[in-house]
Design a protein around this ligand. Structure first.
Ligand SMILES: NC(=O)c1ccc[n+]([C@@H]2O[C@H](COP(=O)([O-])OP(=O)(O)OC[C@H]3O[C@@H](n4cnc5c(N)ncnc54)[C@H](O)[C@@H]3O)[C@@H](O)[C@H]2O)c1
Ligand SMILES: O=C(O)C(=O)C[C@]1(C(=O)O)C=C[C@@H](O)C=C1
Length: 367
């Protein structure tokens, strides 16, 4: 498509969308604004945007598409500001916020003036923030929720999907209320639990300094998202307060149930508790990014000696196989550790396994 795209908030999501739009629509002009000007400068340096806008008013004036990609409570303020700006009658306005009900309510002044606002939420991300973490592949195969509310917005949603074609995401239309309930359950609530586990560990470690040093695989897996932006999560929780309080009450009952099973040493029910959870978790889609991003992980049993990781990444680099993440799951002195390497595609993982098998004697595996 040809036209002017204006992105407000040049962080992880704004930057990644800018890269996707530039790839799919090379003739479009993409400009960006960020309250932290350095973010916009970096976005320009990385080639994510063509121009930096000095103000929202300036960037919005000639835009055909405006994407707001700031924390959700800032998004509310930006919507108010946009409703006072001179903007094209035909402009499509969208956002990327993790909550939709409150944002859609706050877009009312713009909608009353006849502008198309379509709430949006790409359901993929990271615990990392800022433009330096942005990547074109972030939304590949992920669900991208849109919340058009009337027939005019549903029509504009078709143009919006075309603008966002380069995300290679799977678009899904929901009401803002349904969105907030679902996202509350599978995204917002797990972030509270992750942070609460870290809090519990922190307070226990006050009386035992060995505790944080022992926190390995399982703890790291379940608490990764506790490293996300605190301001972003504060705002999400405040926007989705009612749903989250309801989920916290349910969780309390769930924990009571486990406590009872433990108290009575109920072996059968405890096995059933974990079996049911395993069955449901194992049945979640792995090939596509759902609420849970797809990982194409390869596990390599490695001896614990200096240089072993660079040895393996060196072999992969020679074959030009790109890695998205690498971590050690477990290391104990003189015992084998497990190196988990993540790839973007199943094909990359297969190539990597063949390469490691050809160059080393380290056992490899994946689920
Ligand atoms: N991080 C994720 O995993 C993820 C995934 C999907 C959606 N989201 C949502 O997308 C939005 C952006 O998240 P992110 O991860 O890119 O955060 P981020 O912190 O990486 O980027 C947000 C950017 O917005 C800028 N900003 C803040 N207030 C602003 C304002 N008033 N005007 C202009 N710029 C402003 C910040 O300086 C920052 O650069 C949030 O609403 C978040 O809920 C996040
Ligand atoms: O992968 C992560 O780090 C995320 O937390 C991404 C995640 C999620 O909960 O799945 C976080 C918030 C967004 O609104 C969408 C995606």
């Amino acid at each position: 498509m040809n036209g002017n795209v204006f992105i407000i908030g040049m962080g992880l999501i704004g930057g990644s969308l800018a890269l996707c739009i530039k790839k799919a629509h090379p003739d479009a002009k993409v400009s960006g604004f960020d309250v932290r000007k350095r973010q916009a400068e970096l976005a320009k340096m990385f080639g994510a945007i063509d121009e930096i806008s000095e103000t929202i008013r300036e960037g919005a004036s000639d835009a055909d598409l405006i994407i707001i990609s700031a924390p959700v409570r800032e998004t509310a303020r930006i919507l108010m500001e946009l409703s006072t700006c001179a903007i094209k009658e035909t402009v499509i306005i969208t956002d990327t916020g993790s909550t939709k009900k409150e944002i859609s309510r706050l877009a009312a002044p713009l909608k009353q003036k006849g502008f198309s606002f379509i709430g949006g939420h790409p359901m993929a991300g990271s615990h990392k923030s800022g433009i330096t973490a942005a990547k074109e592949i972030l939304f590949e195969n992920a669900f991208y929720i849109l919340t058009p509310e009337d027939s005019r917005e549903k029509e504009s949603a078709a143009d919006l999907k075309e603008w966002l074609r380069g995300t290679n995401a799977r678009f899904l239309e929901l009401s803002p209320e349904d969105h907030d309930y679902l996202a509350g359950a599978i995204s917002h609530f797990p972030h509270i639990i992750a942070a609460s586990i870290v809090h519990q560990t922190k307070s226990l470690s006050g009386s035992n300094d060995l505790l944080p040093r022992l926190a390995a695989g399982g703890f790291r897996d379940i608490t990764r998202i506790a490293s996300s932006s605190p301001e972003m999560w504060r705002d999400i929780l405040l926007h989705n307060k009612d749903v989250l309080i309801e989920l916290l009450d349910l969780w309390g009952k769930e924990m009571e149930r486990v406590r009872r099973l433990l108290g009575t040493s109920n072996e059968e029910e405890l096995t059933a508790y974990f079996s049911e959870a395993k069955q449901f978790r194992d049945g979640l889609p792995v090939k596509e990014k759902g609420a849970i991003p797809a990982f194409y992980d390869l596990y390599v049993d490695i001896p614990d000696y200096p240089g072993v990781i660079s040895e393996i990444t060196g072999y992969l680099a020679k074959e030009e196989i790109s890695i998205t993440n690498i971590r050690i799951i477990e290391t104990r002195e003189e015992i084998y550790g497990v190196l988990a390497i993540s790839f973007q595609t199943a094909m990359d993982r297969e190539k990597a396994e063949k390469c490691i098998q050809a160059c080393t004697s380290y056992p490899t595996s994946y689920e």
